[in-house]
Write a protein that binds this ligand. Structure first.
Ligand code: PHE
Length: 352
């Protein structure tokens, strides 16, 4: 076969082979078969060297043409592959700008948080400070300082979650079972700040926050919210509590047809102790006494633990459930709905 025929055949063959390549590396391998160091065209070039001058010129021109044709075919195939790849990516990564957007939904405050905020602003308006304290509490502050020494039967009134560590003084740590330890923390800080000064102002504080008990049913959740109230001064009585709490309830429920009663009860840290019951004079709950808060005159032992002389200082404390008040305000029957994370339930409060 003449060199010329051979060269033309090689061009046809290369075109066909390139066309069958579907990826860049496959194509580069195919290229090497013709133009590489031991490629067919390269071999033809080497053979030319052995020919006499005249034939060398003629056949050399043919081989060169073949080489150029193969290079062209190669470049054309490269371009075609790149184009195909681009087209495929565009199709795959296409964005349909006509689709609906995801939008930004507006969040809302949890109903318990709404109540919490209302409670704070109502008590602030009545001259109270707002204090917050730790949810992991020590045994002394949660119980002992509140007149429930170790082995006191009153401790079993509140089923406690203990934490597996002790504090630096070796006493047990626990999840606070009520907000009452904030009476102790706040009062002691207040007394210390005024260091026995005769013009120490009254202690007037509420302390809202999370509390924990081993308890779970339609009206109890292992985590729930309370707010503690404390008013200690030289002439503070349970009569002041009745006036204050009535005012709070009128504000909280935004209605005046609310009656209050104090029903005798027992707490180790108050004496006398009471449950505060309320009833509406109209509406679906009309006439039913509803228990909403524990309360009482602060026990002399507790006043002493505040760092004050119970002969000189007295006052009252109360501890109310925020979930309970929220359920009454909105007519919610099952406390577990607050913590079920069901948006259909939670979103109802966003407009309020
Ligand atoms: N700490 C009591 C409870 O959680 C409530 C309470 C607070 C009672 C303050 C009297 C005074 O049940």
């Amino acid at each position: 076969m003449s060199t010329t025929t051979h060269a033309r055949q090689l061009v046809d063959e290369a075109r066909e082979l390139f066309a069958s390549c579907h990826g860049a590396s496959e194509l580069e391998n195919a290229k090497a078969r013709y133009l590489g160091k031991s490629g067919a065209i390269t071999a033809l070039m080497k053979d030319l060297a052995r020919l006499p001058a005249e034939q060398k010129r003629e056949q050399g021109a043919e081989v060169n043409l073949a080489k150029q044709a193969i290079e062209q075919a190669l470049q054309a195939r490269r371009d075609a592959l790149a184009e195909a790849e681009l087209r495929q990516r565009l199709a795959e990564e296409a964005i349909d700008v006509t689709l609906d957007g995801r939008g930004q939904r507006r969040g809302g405050l949890h109903p318990v948080v709404r109540s919490w905020m209302r409670i704070e602003s109502l008590f602030r308006s009545m001259g109270f400070e707002v204090a917050e304290g730790p949810e992991i509490e020590d045994d002394w502050t949660n119980f002992t300082a509140l007149n429930s020494p170790q082995d006191h039967p009153a401790r079993s009134m509140q089923d406690t979650f203990y934490v597996d560590v002790e504090d630096e003084r070796g006493q047990p740590l626990l999840l606070r079972t009520h907000t009452s330890p904030m009476q102790v923390r706040h009062a002691r800080a207040h007394v210390q700040a005024f260091a026995g000064s005769p013009d120490m102002p009254d202690i007037r504080v509420i302390a809202p926050g999370r509390t924990y008990r081993v308890d779970s049913d339609a009206t109890h959740s292992p985590m729930f919210h309370q707010f503690e109230g404390l008013w200690i001064g030289r002439a503070v009585s349970m009569a002041d509590l009745k006036g204050l709490y009535t005012g709070f309830l009128h504000g909280f429920f935004e209605r005046d047809d609310i009656e209050l009663r104090f029903r005798p009860s027992y707490f180790p840290f108050t004496e006398p102790s009471a449950e505060i019951d309320m009833r509406f004079d109209s509406g679906p709950l009309r006439g039913r006494w509803l228990e909403i808060s524990g309360a009482g005159q602060v026990h002399p032992t507790v006043v002493r633990n505040f760092g004050l002389d119970p002969e000189e200082f007295m006052g009252f404390a109360f501890g109310s459930g925020i979930e309970r008040l929220t359920m009454l305000r909105y007519g919610i029957g099952d406390l577990r709905q607050f913590y079920g994370s069901d948006l259909r339930f939670l979103e109802q409060f966003n407009a309020a």
